[in-house]
Design a protein around this ligand. Structure first.
Ligand code: PMV
Length: 358
């Protein structure tokens, strides 16, 4: 699939000033993306649940100016946030070829996260997708003829250039990103809604995020992806991810939760194993991460409850379970797992339908 379909030569309507607002959720990968090439292209296909409660809300105000340099200010929770500027500047540089109007406006980007900034939950997926959607909203005002499909695909395409996994936050509840032979429409350029049958259990899957470590990420995802270049297990990893996604296709269809649990936990531990085996090497789990994993395994064995865990590139634990287990699992989390979280904090979330215009 070629990128030139996202390049616009001229717009039909002129725009001088205005405001657009979008809310975009975070997502949690079941098959992980770890390793990239070229301009934010994934080395393997991934699939994630789009979340609901963990989201970023972004208001983009724009005013026409004399064309020149990029001109923007970023505000987090109403306060000017210079720390975000280099990342946004890089984002503007990457996407300017697809949004030729970027240099013609002065922008104010006002953003808030529903989750605490210091929670250790990455805001890049929700933040970059919310901003990409705001830009697409502007583009649609200048080119009303674009289709909804084009709008969504290009928003995801742009979000990917901000942060790879952000391209999976535009739609929901299950989104695939990366070309995979078993999944029609899947491609490296943007996320696509999982196209096949999904058992009702997976439509409102629950994710309780246990906040084990709320500090800065020990390994940035940029460095993390780089560790996969020349990684001794790279080839095997990309094959494993591909196989795991193939295995999930019938599982999503028939709701085989035992098979789902095995694949999801293996993916999480493989991601961390890759980091432990890279040069330099990292251990991103904390002792409490392991305590929680062991407790989950014990509880599952004793009760047969259908919960499992997954991890991102950090110490926090995502506890995943179908809605019919909610009461049992939340009681278990409050009674036995919350003590392993910083200030006993956790966030309850569930699979959702993607971004929304405000
Ligand atoms: O989108 P990035 O570059 O921050 O990478 C995200 C990588 C993981 O969260 C660890 C896995 C994934 O697929 O989301």
């Amino acid at each position: 699939m070629a990128t030139h379909r996202f390049i616009v030569s001229n717009y039909s309507n002129a725009l001088t000033s205005g405001t657009v607002s979008w809310r975009s959720p975070s997502n949690i990968a079941l098959v992980k993306y770890w390793g990239k090439y070229g301009e934010q292209m994934p080395m393997n296909a991934s699939v994630s649940f789009t979340l609901s409660n963990c989201h970023t809300q972004t208001k983009l105000s724009f005013e026409k100016k004399v064309s020149g340099e990029f001109d923007f200010e970023v505000f987090l929770d109403g306060k000017k946030e210079m720390g975000f500027e280099p990342k946004i500047q890089k984002f503007f540089e990457r996407i300017a070829v697809y949004l030729p109007f970027l240099k013609d406006f002065k922008f104010s980007i006002e953003t808030t996260n529903s989750f605490p900034h210091s929670s250790g939950i990455a805001s890049s997926a929700s933040g970059m997708s919310a901003l990409a959607l705001c830009f697409m909203d502007m583009e649609r005002q200048m080119q009303p003829a674009i289709t909804d499909a084009y709008f969504t695909e290009k928003a995801s395409f742009l979000a990917r250039l901000g942060s790879g996994s952000a391209c999976r936050s535009v739609e929901g509840p299950l989104v695939v990103w990366g070309e995979h032979p078993d999944i029609s429409g899947s491609n490296n350029l943007f996320g696509t809604k999982y196209p096949f049958g999904v058992h009702p259990d997976f439509e409102d899957y629950q994710d309780t995020i246990l906040l084990v470590d709320k500090g800065e990420k020990q390994v940035s995802s940029t460095l993390g992806h780089e560790l996969m270049i020349d990684h001794p297990f790279a080839e095997q990893r990309f094959r494993q991810a591909k196989d795991n996604l193939s295995k999930l296709v019938p599982v999503f269809q028939n709701g085989d939760l035992s098979a789902f649990i095995k694949i999801v936990e293996q993916e999480a531990l493989s991601l961390h194993a890759l980091m432990m085996a890279s040069t330099p090497y990292f251990i991103l789990m904390k002792p409490n991460t392991l305590e929680i994993i062991n407790k989950i395994w014990k509880f599952r064995e004793e009760t047969g409850a259908r919960l499992c865990f997954t991890l991102d590139a950090g110490a926090n634990v995502h506890v995943l379970y179908p809605k019919f287990e909610k009461e049992t699992v939340l009681k278990f989390i409050k009674g036995e797992l919350a003590i392993f979280c910083k200030n006993s904090e956790f966030i309850t979330d569930e699979a959702g339908l993607g971004a929304k215009k405000i």
